[in-house]
Ligand binder design. Structure first.
Ligand code: ATP
Length: 300
């Protein structure tokens, strides 16, 4: 596998989703959200910052939002490349995908679940991410990004998977400069308009492996000391139905024998022990929750 092949697979995932015939309202709104993000990348972002240069980086922490954005980003990268090949005077066989690794930044700030760390490591390999990992225990996020820019001074813009429903996300724009107390770069935020249900719909349809913590009731993942499974997913609390049965059954490249399976990474033994000591409750998987206002109920 190469980055080019992964990008092409992501393109096939998004194309197959857009061409699907589901009449669910969630799928309909996700198609609209996807097309808008696609336009942002292809018309606004890649025309200003060539994605095959080192000017653009991707911020990645293994969470569901940045994974879904990574799939979209790679899909658009493939489309951008295919368009340039199509408009070239030279035949396709003379063109080579210009990137082998995707410049990525991960700020390793707080004590993280080892399941998430393992998942970051396996996605690093799967998506050919060239990850800059900040030294642990930085004083602040701005300080950590300043160190990143010292090492990668060519970076002009960073792609971020923040959404309007996240804390401090309501007034943001797709493309904007960093705030005063931050090092200077352009923030590229093409997922702002995505709702929680849109994220799950495309991610579950993609059939890509996701971090195993989500299957155990996590809906948003912070540090070990500040994150627990979402209390609104307690099985004793209410009787919930899976809103994404269609996505799971019809997932991209799904084999018949796996029809009801979601591909999740394995829980680390450290986390299994951690959860065994914490709670006797059982939880529905994270994707059973689609109310944006409750997404962070497991985070303090
Ligand atoms: P989840 O909410 O399920 O944990 P997520 O981590 O992708 O998913 P947020 O925590 O809301 O979403 O973070 C928003 C975005 O900010 C991420 O998608 C990522 O692009 C960026 N980000 C957040 N924390 C980090 C970090 N430690 N290092 C690099 N990027 C980060």
């Amino acid at each position: 596998m190469t980055l080019a092949e992964v990008a092409e697979r992501c393109y096939h995932i998004t194309s197959s989703y857009l061409a699907s015939s589901s009449d669910s309202a969630i799928v309909g709104s996700t198609k609209e959200a996807l097309n808008l993000t696609r336009r942002y990348f292809l018309q606004d972002v890649f025309t200003q910052w060539n994605p095959f240069s080192k000017k653009l980086s991707f911020s990645y922490n293994g969470g569901k939002d940045c994974q879904v954005l990574l799939i979209l980003y790679l899909s658009c990268l493939w489309e951008f490349f295919a368009e340039s090949v199509g408009s070239s005077q030279y035949p396709a066989q003379y063109h080579q995908f210009p990137l082998r690794f995707l410049p990525t930044v991960y700020i390793n700030q707080t004590e993280t679940f080892t399941t998430l760390e393992n998942s970051i490591e396996s996605t690093r390999k799967r998506y050919f991410l060239s990850v800059y990992e900040s030294p642990q225990n930085q004083t602040s996020m701005p300080e950590a990004f300043k160190k990143f820019l010292d090492v990668h001074p060519q970076t002009e813009a960073i792609v971020i998977g923040i959404r309007h429903t996240d804390p401090f996300g309501s007034d943001l724009d797709c493309v904007q400069k960093t705030d005063k107390n931050w090092p200077t770069f352009m923030r590229i935020q093409p997922l702002l308009h995505w709702k929680l249900a849109n994220v799950w719909s495309l991610l579950l349809y993609s059939n890509e492996e996701i971090c195993g913590l989500y299957e155990t009731g996590f809906t948003s993942i912070g540090s070990i000391n500040s994150t627990v499974p979402n209390p609104f997913l307690k099985k004793s609390h209410s009787d919930l139905q899976n809103p994404f049965q269609w996505e799971i059954e019809n997932a991209f490249g799904k084999r018949k024998e796996d029809i009801n399976k979601v591909r999740v990474s394995k829980l680390s033994s450290a986390d299994v022990q951690l959860f065994a000591g914490c709670s006797d409750d059982e939880y529905y998987p994270g994707w059973y929750l689609v109310d944006d206002s409750l997404e962070r109920a497991g985070r303090s």
